[in-house]
Design a protein around this ligand. Structure first.
Ligand code: AHR
Length: 342
């Protein structure tokens, strides 16, 4: 099967495109809920930014739940180190209350800019109002927060709805439009879980024979993905499943282990597709166990630093910058694996 690598963002930055190891041609339409109509505010990853040295940046990270998250954290930390940014980093261990505490502590410390990747979509308005009252600009990174536009300066991240659609469109072609699907969803209430589920349903809705017969959270972790899949395969509905759609590669990799433990062949007896495009996902594609992975680029560090520098200088940024992603399957995995940066 041939697969086209395609870009999903009209205004993806050069830096993100280069650092992803992707480089597919741009699609002819913009993606994202509110795509910016100005170029992304960055020369990310190219030169050090004059205003970065000594800039105080507070970053409230979701946690360390996945390979994607580890790469995202590494991108932010290494770029801060490279550019001399004074980074205050907090790992919320997937708990919203920890992120809120971290943001309050950044406000108390008087940082120049706050960035955070919201673990869930809702519940952010009060703490972001506090940041606004303290005149500290906020960058929303990776995941959307459901708040009024005036409570944040800019949102940089992938279009998760589009990612779900890309996965669904691939599956329609792969199966010819008939299959029983088990869905492993991400963290409940998070933007990627909500949006990938939505985009996937829109795409498979065009094929009446594609049915989601099971849907449960694996919380974006390999361990939980395995556990959920093990339980499913022991149930009557498990015998009917011939596709697993996981909202990230880690859950798919856990599911693959569970499938193998039953003597079935993942990638053949059960089609497995997921999102992220991490190296471990590519290795599983090369081994024939994962069929397809939609990319979600985590290398946001350079863009976040660029945005922070501009915000400190009093500039206004586009409200939305959509990161460019691709899609890869087994037919291209071996060739692409050496190019992967995460
Ligand atoms: O928000 C991005 C998602 O969060 C990634 O797809 C997933 O792996 C991570 O946990």
């Amino acid at each position: 099967m041939k697969i086209d690598r395609f870009a999903v963002s009209l205004f993806a930055t050069c830096g993100i495109l280069l650092s992803s190891g992707c480089g597919g041609p741009a699609a002819d339409k913009p993606a994202g809920d509110k795509p910016t109509d100005t170029p992304a505010p960055t020369t990310a990853g190219t030169t050090a930014n004059a205003g970065a040295k000594g800039l105080k940046l507070g970053f409230a990270q979701v946690g360390a739940e996945s390979g994607w998250r580890t790469a995202n954290t590494e991108s932010i930390k290494s770029e801060c180190e490279k550019q001399g940014v004074d980074l205050k980093f907090s790992d919320a261990q997937q708990k919203q209350e920890n992120q809120i505490k971290a943001i309050r502590s950044f406000i108390a410390q008087g940082v120049d800019v706050i960035a955070f990747s919201p673990v869930v979509e809702t519940g952010w308005a009060p703490v972001l109002q506090e940041a606004k009252r303290a005149h500290i600009p906020v960058i929303v990174s990776d995941r959307r927060a459901d708040v009024p536009d005036d409570l944040y300066a800019t949102f940089i991240g992938s279009d998760f709805i589009k990612e779900g659609e890309m996965a669904g469109e691939w599956l329609v072609k792969k199966t010819g439009g008939t299959a029983n699907i088990a869905e492993l969803t991400g963290t409940p209430g998070s933007a990627p879980a909500n949006d990938r589920a939505k985009g996937f349903r829109t795409a498979i809705g065009k094929a009446a024979g594609l049915k989601i017969v099971f849907s449960q959270t694996g919380e974006f972790t390999r361990t939980k993905g395995k556990e959920v899949m093990e339980a499913l395969l022991k149930s009557p509905v498990g015998n009917t499943v011939n596709v697993v759609f996981a909202h990230n590669d880690d859950m798919a990799l856990g599911a693959i282990q569970a499938i193998e433990a039953t003597g079935k062949k993942p990638g053949k007896d059960i089609v497995v597709l997921s999102i992220d495009g991490i190296k471990d996902g590519f290795k599983a594609m090369v081994d024939g166990k994962l069929n397809c992975s939609v990319e979600c680029n985590p290398l946001l560090g350079p863009n976040i630093i660029d945005a922070a520098v501009q915000l400190k200088a009093g500039k206004t940024l586009p409200k939305r910058t959509v990161v460019q992603d691709g899609i890869f399957d087994q037919s291209v995995a071996a060739k692409e694996l050496p190019n992967r940066k995460y």
